[in-house]
Design a protein around this ligand. Structure first.
Ligand SMILES: *[C@@H]1O[C@H](CO)[C@@H](O)[C@H](O)[C@H]1NC(C)=O
Ligand SMILES: *[C@@H]1O[C@H](CO)[C@@H](O)[C@H](O)[C@H]1NC(C)=O
Ligand SMILES: *[C@@H]1O[C@H](CO)[C@@H](O)[C@H](O)[C@H]1NC(C)=O
Ligand SMILES: *[C@@H]1O[C@H](CO)[C@@H](O)[C@H](O)[C@H]1NC(C)=O
Ligand SMILES: *[C@@H]1O[C@H](CO)[C@@H](O)[C@H](O)[C@H]1NC(C)=O
Ligand SMILES: *[C@@H]1O[C@H](CO)[C@@H](O)[C@H](O)[C@H]1NC(C)=O
Ligand SMILES: *[C@@H]1O[C@H](CO)[C@@H](O)[C@H](O)[C@H]1NC(C)=O
Ligand SMILES: *[C@@H]1O[C@H](CO)[C@@H](O)[C@H](O)[C@H]1NC(C)=O
Length: 489
């Protein structure tokens, strides 16, 4: 009897305890809610594996870096009950709602890949999962197997799944145990007037996602849009009945992200913030205010460039530098040539500077004794033929009166006594004909008689050389006359 009593009391105890376990499980099923505004200080809440990590410096959850052929997973550490009661003939999946903001930074524009997923998984990691088109979620042997029990929303930047998985892609899809998406939509959002606007996953701009599942109607909605919009589009990109979920999900699931890069196609995938809520009447994940989230990494970060690209950049830089140096030398050379030899247009008709070389030759290396241009002109003046100083090559194509005036004013400006030299204002008045009373040049004008003696021979030589245009002895004079003495007009 005693034994029977103890057995019944033991069984009673068992009943009570199993009852209490059951009620605690049911209580759990009604509540699951969390919000991460950035992930700083949340290392213990998130289980990261592979290339994934929570970055200390900015609090971003990085799923993959830009290395090639890597995978990374990040799951909320605690399992979430998504089925409230196990009844093989009447399985109901809890409603759930999640929202997150992500950013994808391609290693360089057009070579990003492969993508990432929001995943419901029976494990808080994905052992054996492969990179590239398997997105760190599955591998070639278990892909499509119903024993996987995984559901994922994929954000794919490479089109195609089988061997031809190398075209650019920009879509989201729904994956049921199988990475060939049953549902696939190119990336757009509906604006306030219900027009489709497309945008790029791997643009480097933050993008917000809402995934809402309604248990009773088995409807799944996915809405995705760039956070810069500052409004949530009313119409979801995907809205459909997904009865598969009740077969795929287990009572408890882990929620999180998987990501992968491929060969020559790699992007860094970041989650900036994440909220989740499940079961209960109408679970709604917390709204994530983009302005409160950590700043996204910058696109200009060059970390992911591979060595070939760097080599190309370096080579191009060197070539550009060499070309610039050559251009600089050429420009400087041209400028020197111009400064040396080119008279500007106005200088041909008006008084102009003399080239150093001309003066050098004309003055026979600046030996004072040898030559004064003014003395030379004065010589003509005293002989009454000042116009002889004009370059013979001009022929008769000049105004004799003006040339004579200019030469006389020029002589006045060279007067031995500075007080006799006219002011610039007077010079202009003389030349403009406003003042006809140009002073006479008196006998005290000059300095050196010796130079004038020398001059005579030179002048003779000049005249003859210009007529014969051959004698080497006077070639220097020819040069002076042909270019510089033009100024004497
Ligand atoms: C994440 O960490 C912050 C700072 O430690 C904390 O305030 C917050 O509650 C954590 N979030 C979650 C969901 O655990
Ligand atoms: C990528 O990684 C897989 C293992 O996950 C390896 O079998 C494959 O050879 C790698 N491919 C490249 C191109 O590195
Ligand atoms: C379990 O799910 C059913 C159907 O959705 C619902 O009627 C019921 O209230 C749920 N029970 C608990 C304990 O949440
Ligand atoms: C399972 O659900 C069906 C339909 O709602 C119900 O008839 C049946 O009694 C349930 N079975 C159990 C074991 O609760
Ligand atoms: C694929 O994944 C399964 C399950 O994680 C694992 O058992 C299997 O070894 C993996 N296969 C390959 C080829 O990695
Ligand atoms: C995966 O899905 C694709 C497309 O729905 C299908 O063709 C393929 O057979 C599936 N794979 C498996 C192993 O079920
Ligand atoms: C699915 O996976 C299970 C367990 O991993 C395995 O026994 C079964 O053969 C697989 N089915 C297929 C079609 O590969
Ligand atoms: C899904 O979207 C449809 C159409 O916009 C809406 O009627 C429905 O209430 C939404 N369901 C959920 C769970 O958000």
């Amino acid at each position: 009897m005693a034994i029977a009593r103890s057995i019944t009391s033991f069984m009673f105890f068992l009943l009570i305890s199993s009852n209490s376990v059951n009620s605690s499980v049911l209580a759990q099923a009604t509540t699951a809610k969390f919000t991460f505004i950035g992930f700083k200080g949340n290392q213990t809440e998130i289980q990261t594996e592979g290339a994934s990590e929570i970055q200390h410096e900015n609090g971003l959850l990085r799923l993959t870096n830009r290395n090639q052929n890597v995978t990374g997973t990040a799951f909320y550490r605690k399992p979430i009950r998504l089925r409230n009661f196990t009844n093989s003939s009447d399985i109901k999946v809890c409603s759930f709602s999640t929202s997150f903001v992500f950013v994808i930074i391609p290693s360089s524009p057009g070579t990003g890949g492969f993508g990432f997923t929001f995943t419901l998984s029976p494990t808080p990691n994905r052992p054996g999962a492969e990179s590239a088109q398997y997105l760190g979620l599955l591998n070639r042997t278990n892909n499509g197997n119903a024993s996987n029990h995984v559901f994922a929303v994929e954000f794919d930047t490479v089109q195609g799944f089988k061997d031809g998985a190398d075209r650019r892609g920009n879509h989201i899809g729904l994956n049921f145990n199988n990475l060939s998406s049953d549902v696939q939509e190119p990336l757009i959002y509906y604006d306030t007037e219900d027009r489709k606007e497309d945008f790029q996953l791997e643009s480097g701009e933050p993008i917000q996602v809402h995934v809402n599942y309604d248990g009773p109607s088995e409807t799944l909605n996915v809405t995705i849009y760039p956070t810069r919009l500052e409004f949530k589009p009313k119409k979801p990109l995907i809205s459909r009945r997904v009865s598969e979920l009740s077969e795929i999900l287990e009572d408890e699931m882990y929620v999180g992200f998987t990501a992968a890069t491929g060969k020559d196609q790699s992007s860094a995938h970041y989650v900036m913030g994440w909220s989740f809520s499940s079961c209960g009447e109408n679970p709604m994940a917390d709204w994530l205010d983009p302005s409160k989230l950590p700043l996204p990494p910058r696109l200009s970060n060059k970390k992911g460039y591979d060595s070939q690209v760097i080599a190309l950049i370096v080579a191009l830089s060197i070539v550009t530098l060499v070309l610039l140096v050559l251009l600089f030398i050429f420009v400087m050379y041209k400028r020197r040539i111009q400064e040396e030899d080119t008279l500007e247009d106005w200088e041909i008709d008006y008084p102009h500077r003399f080239r150093y070389r001309d003066l050098y030759l004309a003055t026979k290396k600046f030996k004072e004794k040898n030559f004064f241009l003014a003395d030379w002109v004065m010589e003509f003046h005293t002989n009454g033929g000042i116009l002889s100083a004009v370059d013979q090559k001009l022929g008769s194509s000049f105004n004799g009166r003006e040339a004579k005036l200019a030469l006389i004013v020029g002589l006045l400006c060279c007067h031995q006594k500075p007080t006799y030299r006219p002011s610039m204002r007077m010079v202009l008045r003389y030349l403009n004909g406003e003042d006809q009373n140009v002073p006479q040049i008196d006998g005290n004008w000059g300095f050196s008689d010796s130079s004038r003696d020398d001059l005579k021979t030179n002048v003779v030589g000049y005249v003859s050389s210009d007529r014969a245009s051959s004698s080497n002895t006077f070639s220097s004079f020819s040069e002076v006359s042909s270019s510089s003495i033009v100024s004497g007009r």
